[in-house]
Design a protein around this ligand. Structure first.
Ligand code: IMP
Ligand code: MG
Length: 179
């Protein structure tokens, strides 16, 4: 697997440090509340697992799954919910946890979908932000790193379902896509 990586963008230590900071910021901002973290599967589960352990206040977690990508490296724009929330979010403070905010189409859709269910608030926490490719009018409330406009893998992010288990975030060698 490692031989497929051309370059490391964010090391394991850099990610760890930044996730700690985000957790502290969220703990401060939500003091006295019990936010519901909603992880958008599958990409964000690694980030969510680390983030929640860096948060010092009570929190609940839930998961949603959407399919918008298939095996391609560009967003189709069409979003289908394949796993819905298991909590009633009426009156809850929601923090949507995303691995990467790219076109923003997925999150714009999910945010609108959740707004219809009457939460007290909705915030977006994305580990990575790729603003160069934004199509939807959406800005993360919390973001870990600004990300170069390349397709990246690792720390939950995949290419064709692979590389999610890399502990760092990096870019693949071009020949991997060409195969
Ligand atoms: P968006 O709707 O274009 O913002 O797409 C968001 C989703 O696309 C993310 O949650 C990822 O699953 C996937 N995605 C976008 N960019 C990348 C990337 O560089 N590497 C891996 N997955 C990506
Ligand atoms: Mg994702």
């Amino acid at each position: 697997m490692l031989q497929d990586i051309e370059r490391v963008f964010f090391t394991e230590d850099e990610i760890k440090a930044r996730v700690q900071e985000l957790g502290k910021q969220i703990s401060d901002d939500y003091r006295g509340k019990t936010p519901l973290f909603v992880s958008v599967l599958k990409g964000s589960f690694v980030f969510m697992a680390d983030l929640m352990r860096s948060v010092g206040i009570y929190c609940d977690i839930d998961f949603m799954a959407v399919s918008s990508y298939g095996s391609k490296t560009v967003s189709s724009g069409a979003v289908e919910i394949t796993k819905d929330l298991s909590y009633d979010i009426d009156g809850r403070d929601i923090i949507i946890i995303e691995d990467i905010l790219d076109s923003g189409l997925t999150l714009a859709y999910l945010k609108k979908y959740m707004e219809m269910r009457n939460p007290a608030s909705i915030a977006i926490c994305a580990l990575l932000d790729k603003p160069a490719r934004r199509k939807a009018d959406i800005v993360p409330d919390y973001s870990g790193f600004l990300c170069p406009d390349s397709f990246i893998v690792g720390y939950g992010l995949d290419y064709n379902e692979r590389y999610r288990n890399l502990p760092f975030i990096g870019v693949l060698k071009p020949e991997i896509y060409e195969n």
